[in-house]
Design a protein around this ligand. Structure first.
Ligand code: PKZ
Length: 459
């Protein structure tokens, strides 16, 4: 036992390394982990004091625990049994399948990544591209929402800047949890998105087992009071106008509204832009038979880097106004009591109507709308009509924004200005229609009173 052995130095080094790792993982890592966890918990507690809606423990739970809780939920258990029977496979196989779905869906929220990084990046990007405006239709109702309620921001989907803007503007209220389509399931974007607390969904899957796992996750999050944000249209608007609502996520959230002490309150949010960054891609997609949005992630990243580079060199310019308007909140309890049992469709319609009512009327969409109705207008007429349509007061920045909007449209070849006359031009009329469509539901059928002697488009 006491005899000596000789081993090469490299082997000794490897043994030493393994010994060090084993020692660290058994004795050091748990305490180091505990040390950091304690620090993180304290930081989150401080953060929660600043937020209008504290981050819920459900969201802060370890991903592994959330996955376990999800796959052992009775709803998923029943779905596993039904799936196994239907497919003629052992339950253990169906259970593994459910586990894969759960791993795909469940996020791994990091308060540090969200508040320390994402909010800062979101603020930087929002202000880099736009002059940002935030307005409330009923501020006291939004701020007066019961602190125990589950708040769901329901938004129109115009651009990939939507969630960047709303995340930044809602940063004082809470951390938002989004449902993200399959487009973002590319590494490393998927990791980043998970760290923001967003959960992945397969929009096209009709698989019953998958739907139950997804529905169960959304129900659990809603029951736990997690603040969420959804795009009921289920994708970017190709026409520029509001699309019909999908019902799936709403249905799953309603299933989570079981707690008498926790109402679900929907806050309509409408966004609009003087320039939607992806407008050409969207209008191109609208004209193709498959109506698919084609923008590879590499192209988007290159474009962003180019903008950033121009900004660093002081050559970037903003794309006009971006506006976010919070509408009148809707309490699910109250709506259910007033509407009766079959209320999903009326609820979705009401939410879309509330979003539609508060879509901001910005200069570019307004000018686009005017030019789809009038062959020509003067800049003064445009400004006067814009003030009337948007309810903007005299003076202020309105004049500067209208001038900047005209310059932007002219720079893109969408309008031409000769002398004192502004008219639509170029071979992309669909872009003007796209912007006009974002607000046309708010505007009168004809522009009566706007300009008596302006010629209608096409005449
Ligand atoms: C660097 C800076 C960072 C900044 C910070 C970033 C933050 C972190 C990044 C986040 C980034 C987020 C970006 C997201 C951007 C997107 O990805 S948008 C796309 C994703 N979102 C959505 O799609 C939300 C809305 N979609 C839905 O709700 C869809 O319904 C679903 C759930 C996806 C399913 O699709 P579907 O089958 O087409 O939907 P639909 O037919 O309407 O509904 C089906 C269900 O409704 C039921 N239903 C239908 N009609 C009725 C009725 N009348 N009564 C009762 N039930 C009914 C059906 O029975 C069915 O139920 P299940 O069988 O599922 O149980």
């Amino acid at each position: 036992m006491a005899q000596e052995i000789t081993i090469p130095l490299w082997l000794f080094a490897i043994i030493l390394l393994f010994a060090a790792i084993t020692f660290a993982s058994h004795f050091l890592f748990p305490s180091v982990r505990w040390f950091f966890r304690r620090r993180l918990e304290r930081a989150v507690a401080r953060l929660n004091q600043r937020l209008e809606r504290p981050i819920q423990p459900f969201k802060l739970a370890r991903r592994h625990d959330t996955i376990q809780r999800l796959i052992y939920d009775p709803q998923v258990g029943r779905a596993v049994q039904a799936h196994a029977r239907r497919e003629g496979i052992p339950e253990a196989v169906a259970f593994e399948q459910a586990k894969r779905y759960a791993r795909e869906i469940v996020p791994s929220f990091s308060a540090f990544a969200y508040f320390g990084l994402a909010i800062r990046v979101a603020r930087f990007l929002s202000n880099m591209f736009y002059e940002v405006r935030l307005n409330h239709t009923a501020p006291e109702e939004v701020h007066g929402i019961d602190p125990d309620a589950t708040v769901v921001f329901v938004m129109n989907h115009r651009s990939n800047m939507d969630y960047v803007l709303v995340t930044y503007l809602a940063a004082r209220q809470s951390a938002l949890s989004y449902a993200v389509g399959e487009w973002a399931r590319v590494w490393p974007l998927s990791r980043l998105i998970r760290a923001m607390g967003a959960y992945f969904i397969r929009r096209k899957s009709r698989n019953d087992l998958y739907r139950h796992v997804l529905s169960c996750y959304v129900r659990q999050a809603t029951e736990a009071g997690v603040t969420q944000a959804i795009f009921p249209e289920g994708g970017l608007s190709l026409s520029g106008g509001l699309g019909p609502p999908k019902l799936g996520l709403l249905k799953y959230m309603i299933a989570g509204a079981t707690n008498e002490n926790r109402d679900v309150v929907f806050v309509p949010v409408a966004l609009n832009y003087d320039r939607v960054l992806e407008d050409s891609i969207l209008t191109d997609a609208a004209s193709r038979p498959d109506r698919r949005f084609r923008a590879r992630i590499g192209v988007v990243t290159r474009w962003m880097l180019k903008q950033l580079w121009q900004r660093l060199r002081g050559r970037s310019h903003q794309f006009g106004l971006a506006a976010v308007q919070f509408g009148v909140p809707l309490s699910l309890d109250r709506f259910r009591a007033e509407t009766g049992s079959d209320f999903i469709n009326p609820l979705a319609d009401e939410l879309m109507a509330r979003i539609g009512q508060v879509v901001p009327i910005l200069p570019v969409p307004a000018i686009a709308w005017m030019l789809t109705r009038h062959q020509s207008l003067t800049p003064d007429e445009i400004e006067a009509q814009y003030r009337r349509l948007s309810g903007a007061a005299e003076g202020g920045d309105t004049s500067a924004f209208v001038t900047a909007a005209l310059r932007q449209l002219q720079g893109r070849g969408l309008v031409e200005m000769s002398g004192d006359t502004v008219r639509a031009s170029g071979d992309r009329p669909q872009l003007l229609q796209y912007y006009a469509a974002s607000i046309s539901h708010l505007l009168p059928g004809d522009a009566a009173g706007a300009k008596e002697n302006s010629a209608p488009a096409g005449s």
